[in-house]
Design a protein around this ligand. Structure first.
Ligand SMILES: C[S@@+](CC[C@H](N)C(=O)[O-])C[C@H]1O[C@@H](n2cnc3c(N)ncnc32)[C@H](O)[C@@H]1O
Length: 284
């Protein structure tokens, strides 16, 4: 019998979900049930930093969080309405209200949220409180598990193989070194091939060393690392490199979106300088 090593425990990262969960709430995208005291305190602690960054760099941490969240929502809506996606899996969903909102808006959707066991348990309780009739499922998943009940493979095996399927990750990939997250991307690309059509959406913070606010990006990087007691590496130096990386990991039809391209279409905070986050849409 072969036994694989248990995956690394990265639950130290989960505090960041409390922060973003409270950001979505503060900007009227969420409900009180998704907020926590930890999120409220973390937001209060970072208010002066956000104000400082907005003044000197033309955009605060929340600017890029809102940009990524709202553009992802828009791309998801397009995939549902134009490509007929009926099944969504949001990995590392944290305290995001997206699954709740989308299930209300699109009753035909099968929505599964996944996260590390502790965060998944918390989310399950929140959703039970809001919708006792269980509109969507919550499962535990550790993206670093190569096999077993918490692996991506097990998560995808629990879905309906006949449905066009979308996997979303938001606020996850920059917590891992590039070689590590690339193995996860390859696993996602491989897993999606078993569905009639498979799509993947993620945000990504690239390493734009020539950006006028790069030194403030480095400051934000240190802050995130401090709060989550780990690293927060930036990945790829250009949109071209991102596209090439995703193609090499097994995806096709890779589109790299800059939030600035949506300024005319979507209501969201704008950065005074170039944007710093990218949204990747890929097919498998
Ligand atoms: C910044 S939060 C993002 C939460 C949510 N997507 C949002 O944007 O509000 C990062 C999330 O990644 C989850 N996470 C950390 N390590 C993970 C892993 N190895 N597998 C799956 N999820 C993980 C955390 O529990 C947390 O919910």
């Amino acid at each position: 019998m072969t036994t694989s090593n248990p995956p690394p425990d990265t639950s130290r990262i989960s505090i960041s979900a409390h922060y973003t969960g409270y950001v979505w709430y503060r900007h009227q995208l969420s409900a009180t049930a998704f907020t926590t005291l930890t999120g409220r305190i973390a937001n209060a602690c970072l208010t002066p930093v956000n104000a400082f960054l907005r003044r000197v760099a033309g955009a605060g941490i929340d600017t890029f969080l809102l940009q990524r969240h709202l553009v992802l929502d828009h791309l998801i809506r397009q995939l549902i309405e134009q490509q007929g996606v009926e099944q969504i899996v949001e990995i590392a969903a944290g305290l995001s209200p997206r699954g709740y909102r989308f299930c209300q808006q699109y009753p035909q959707l099968q929505y599964t949220e996944a996260d590390l066991p502790g965060m998944a348990g918390r989310k399950r309780r929140v959703l039970q409180q809001l919708q006792p009739e269980q509109r969507h499922r919550v499962r535990s998943c550790n993206i670093l598990a190569e096999s077993g009940d918490d692996s991506i493979a097990a998560l995808l095996a629990s879905l309906d193989p006949q449905k066009k399927t979308l996997i979303i990750t938001e606020g996850l990939v920059n917590y891992f070194e590039l070689p590590v997250i690339r193995t996860v991307w390859a696993r996602i690309a491989g897993g999606l091939k078993t569905f009639p059509q498979g799509f993947y959406l993620t945000d990504l913070y690239p390493d734009f060393a020539d950006h006028p606010s790069y030194r403030y990006v480095k400051l934000a990087q240190k802050l995130v690392g401090f709060f989550t007691r780990g690293e927060w590496p930036l990945h790829y130096a250009s949109d071209h490199e991102i596209r090439a990386g995703f193609l090499a990991d097994g995806f096709s039809g890779v589109e790299v979106h800059d939030p600035a391209d949506f300024y005319q279409r979507l209501e969201m905070p704008r950065a005074r300088t170039r944007t710093l986050v990218r949204l990747i849409q890929a097919q498998a």
